[in-house]
Design a protein around this ligand. Structure first.
Ligand SMILES: Cc1cc2nc3c(=O)[nH]c(=O)nc-3n(C[C@H](O)[C@H](O)[C@H](O)COP(=O)(O)OP(=O)(O)OC[C@H]3O[C@@H](n4cnc5c(N)ncnc54)[C@H](O)[C@@H]3O)c2cc1C
Length: 469
């Protein structure tokens, strides 16, 4: 049985340059995709596969390597995997963070050749086949690898306006979702207490910048919350009178869907009370609100649901990247000129039939699984001849209760049945059985009562001795 080294052992087992040279052998001198077998064959230790990122792609790669006679080291700066498609429900108080997350370390129980490390990768040296990882409260350590899989995903991009980030949080992590939830719920509390009519209107105006799936789903869920969940909860304000504005520079919502579906979604949003403003560019976001298309919109809650850019790790590989910072990879997801170094998921720029493979969970899972299998085969001395091929299972977006849209090839559907399929697919895709059971229970509760069980505004930490009582 393959027994993984302990984390401490791996952290201390940093190869010296001489050892590294011994480990990896000579670098490939032709342009062919070189299997990293020279490293794998080395008898000094079991080949080490380092996977950076415990998202969809990283976990799929690790799983595909479960039978490999190798040390698999999975590094993530978070201790949990997030099911990002439901983050918007945490931001709008439907679900609590734990319901859509799973501890990555739990994988060690099931997969004996796997070690999990909580660390942030801060450097990659492809030539010496080492990565640099920063361990919280410990130090920066180097870790040698024989194969490297980078699956570090994306982060919000403010298109060169990083100053917007202070006023308009993006939605990428659980803490982002909790920040947004606290902002939304806090705005209603302030609206209830203020005597200033303009300020009340500002607190009750919510602007979402970006009308892709995240913006649409978040806006629709917020509209449902103000009309149903918060109804009757306040004496001085009527939450259903809130303004929810969805802005985008593009000329329609959901630009990755076909136009007829996009039109249906616009109508549906209007029915829910969301004002859609397309073809409008955001010029400023500040403490007062937004200036878009030359008009100021006073708002205390501006949310960024627009652009994304790759994490900095793909750039550290030294190869080419696209404009969003994703690594350009060959059809085998291998970084060109870096044998045994792969990029999977959102961090990779993969072309198929002259079209980019979309940055969605299914693509990340399929790419991660492909890379894992490719490495497992390489370890056995088998060369994989078939390049990665993405199988598109379809694109979905949910627009409030009882309504979703689906596009799959020529199939385009919308309405209640599509929503039901969306709910079913999402329940099944959650990472653990306990997530599935908990989300199912919360959804049933919300569906029949209109209530949301996670309406919490966290208290700020108090310094002992400063309390009034
Ligand atoms: C709000 C939101 C809603 C979405 N909705 C949908 C949807 O409905 N359907 C769909 O198909 N897709 C959806 N997506 C897209 C989907 O979630 C992504 O395509 C998918 O998560 C990509 O998987 P990944 O493994 O490449 O990256 P991720 O899942 O983002 O995982 C990357 C991992 O890398 C870790 N990491 C990053 N940098 C470092 C570092 N330097 N060191 C260590 N660890 C690091 C991160 O902590 C993270 O765990 C949504 C995304 C978001 C943000």
């Amino acid at each position: 049985m393959v027994v993984a080294k302990g984390v401490a052992e791996i952290m201390n087992d940093v190869a010296s340059p001489a050892q590294i040279a011994e480990t990896i052998g000579s670098p490939p001198d032709d342009e062919e995709r070189q299997p990293a077998r020279s490293a794998a064959r080395c008898a000094r230790h079991k080949p080490r596969i380092v996977i950076v990122g415990g998202g969809f792609a990283g976990l799929a790669a690790a799983h595909a390597l479960r039978h490999a006679d190798a040390e698999v080291v999975l590094i993530d700066r978070r201790n949990h995997h997030i099911f990002q498609p439901l983050l918007y429900q945490v931001a709008t108080a439907v679900l609590s963070p734990a319901e859509i997350a799973a501890p990555i370390r739990q994988l060690e129980v099931k997969q004996k050749n796997l070690s999990v490390m909580l660390a942030e990768v801060t450097g990659v040296d492809v030539a010496s086949r080492t990565i640099e990882a920063s361990f919280p409260e410990i130090s920066v350590r180097k870790i040698a690898f024989d194969y490297l899989v980078v699956a570090t995903g994306m982060r919000p991009s403010y298109f060169g306006h990083d100053e917007f980030a202070r006023y308009a949080p993006g939605l990428k992590s659980l803490s982002d979702a909790e920040t947004i939830r606290a902002k939304i719920l806090g705005a209603f509390e302030l609206a209830e207490t203020t005597d200033d009519e303009d300020e009340r209107a500002r607190q009750m105006t919510f602007v979402l910048v970006g009308a892709g799936p995240t913006g649409v789903e978040l806006a629709a869920s917020l509209a449902q919350m103000v009309r149903v969940t918060l109804s009757g909860n306040f004496r001085r304000i009527d939450p259903s009178k809130s303004a929810i504005i969805l802005l985008d520079a593009a000329n329609r919502v959901l630009p990755t869907f076909v136009e007829p579906l996009s039109r249906r979604v616009t109508r549906r949003l209007a029915n829910l009370g969301v004002k859609v403003m397309t073809g409008v560019t955001v010029e400023t976001i500040d403490e007062h609100g937004v200036i878009a298309g030359g008009t100021r919109i006073p708002s205390a809650t501006v949310l960024w649901t627009a652009g994304v850019a790759a994490s900095p790790v793909p750039k550290m590989l030294g190869g080419k990247t696209d404009r969003a910072g994703r690594a350009l990879v060959d059809p085998f997801l291998n970084v060109v000129d870096a044998s045994g170094v792969f990029v999977a998921g959102d961090a990779a720029s993969v072309m198929q039939n002259e079209h980019p493979v979309p940055g969605v969970a299914q693509a990340a899972i399929q790419e991660g699984r492909y890379v894992g299998r490719l490495i497992a085969n390489d370890l056995k001395g088998r060369k994989v001849e078939r390049p990665f091929s993405y199988f598109d299972k379809g694109n979905m977006a949910v627009v409030g209760k009882n309504y979703a849209v689906l596009e799959r090839g020529r199939l385009r559907t919308s309405g209640f049945l599509t929503w039901f399929v969306w709910a079913f697919v999402h329940i099944l895709s959650l990472p653990q059985l306990q997530n599935r059971l908990r989300v199912q229970r919360q959804w049933l509760w919300s569906y029949f009562t209109g209530q949301r069980s996670s309406r919490l505004i966290p208290e700020p930490p108090r310094t002992p001795g400063t309390e009034t009582r």
